[in-house]
Design a protein around this ligand. Structure first.
Ligand SMILES: Cc1cc2nc3c(=O)[nH]c(=O)nc-3n(C[C@H](O)[C@H](O)[C@H](O)COP(=O)(O)OP(=O)(O)OC[C@H]3O[C@@H](n4cnc5c(N)ncnc54)[C@H](O)[C@@H]3O)c2cc1C
Length: 291
């Protein structure tokens, strides 16, 4: 056995108390799709696993007054299948639909995807473009912080899963002249690492002609999920279909730092593909905003 105890608390309070009792020797488990392989490979050791999959506080996709709240225990399958998310945060629904395979999407959760902290996690990139906030519970109470501030380096986030529980993600929904989209480049459609992934949020002027605002996210082109802020800056206030889009994509490909990787291709190739992939996401986000 890789662990001595497997506990399934019935409430968030009970889960936090159990974690506290083990003083760093227990760890949260949700779908287990990342954690179980890590435990098997002895990349991590724990005495006790605290299963959060029954916690009501971590469930549900709720929309109120323009604010979306998605429980950390919501699975990729639930996100991909949500008509509400397809309509108001399409980039996230598309990102979740691209994860692994049906088995992984039915087990894996958005909370686990974020805490596992991979720079190309398929829900992290759209959540970054959606400017999401994370709600984290500990025995000290609940804190909220921007998703962007959660990452340290590949595989390491600021959530201490031996003492803290991610409860939910929150972001503004996109309606009116706002739209989003996700794009992914991989060797095949399922069970394949992304060579690159990209998400775009476009907020257009009333006549749909200008970028009032926009957010562009990319992975894996840095140690953490990456916002292409220089490209965003270059496009703010510019026409949606002018030369400025081409120029902004060049800027994004320069500020991104993809590395040569035997599985993902050369840095030069991936830098070129930043323009293509981000261009596709942005074009679809603009089309959604105009629709
Ligand atoms: C074959 C395969 C293919 C995959 N393909 C993809 C892919 O295409 N794209 C992609 O992005 N990912 C992929 N993954 C990775 C994985 O499936 C996802 O990251 C998944 O979302 C993890 O969620 P989980 O619920 O299984 O997390 P778990 O494995 O249960 O946990 C992962 C980490 O998060 C912590 N954790 C989980 N929930 C919480 C919480 N609520 N609060 C605090 N800490 C928490 C755990 O302690 C652990 O450190 C793949 C994995 C496998 C095995």
């Amino acid at each position: 056995m890789k662990w001595e105890k497997y506990l399934v608390p019935a409430s968030l309070d009970e889960a936090l108390k159990t974690l506290a009792e083990y003083e760093g020797q227990a760890r949260v488990i949700a779908g287990g799709t990342d954690l179980v392989p890590q435990l098997k490979k002895k990349e991590r050791t724990v005495k006790c696993l605290v299963d959060v999959s029954r916690l009501a506080e971590l469930k549900g996709i709720h929309h109120q007054d323009g604010l979306m709240r998605i429980g950390a225990g919501v699975t990729h399958q639930q996100i991909a299948a949500s008509p509400l998310l397809r309509q108001t945060a399409a980039a996230l629904a598309e990102g979740a639909a691209a994860v692994g395979s049906p088995q992984i999407r039915y087990m894996g959760t958005i909370g686990g995807n974020i805490v596992n902290a991979q720079p190309a996690a398929d829900t992290a990139i759209p959540l970054l473009a959606l400017d999401a906030e994370v709600e984290i519970a500990s025995k000290e109470g609940v804190r909220r912080q921007p998703l962007e501030d959660l990452y340290v380096r590949p595989g390491v986030s600021k959530v201490d899963a031996s003492a803290e529980i991610v409860v939910a993600f929150r972001f503004q929904t996109l309606h009116g002249k706002r739209g989003s989209a996700f794009a992914r480049l991989a060797k095949r459609r399922s069970l394949s690492l992304p060579i690159l992934n990209a998400a775009a949020v476009a907020i257009l002027s009333k006549d749909g002609a200008l970028f009032e605002d926009l957010r562009l996210a990319l992975g894996p082109v840095a140690l953490t999920p990456f916002r292409a802020r220089k490209a965003e800056e270059a496009l703010r206030g510019q026409p949606v279909d002018g030369e400025s889009v081409v120029e902004a994509l060049v800027i994004a490909s320069e500020e991104a730092q993809p590395r040569t990787n035997p599985l993902r291709g050369s840095a030069e190739y991936r830098r070129e593909m930043v323009k293509v992939l981000l261009g596709r996401a942005l074009e679809r986000a603009v089309a959604a905003a105009k629709a």
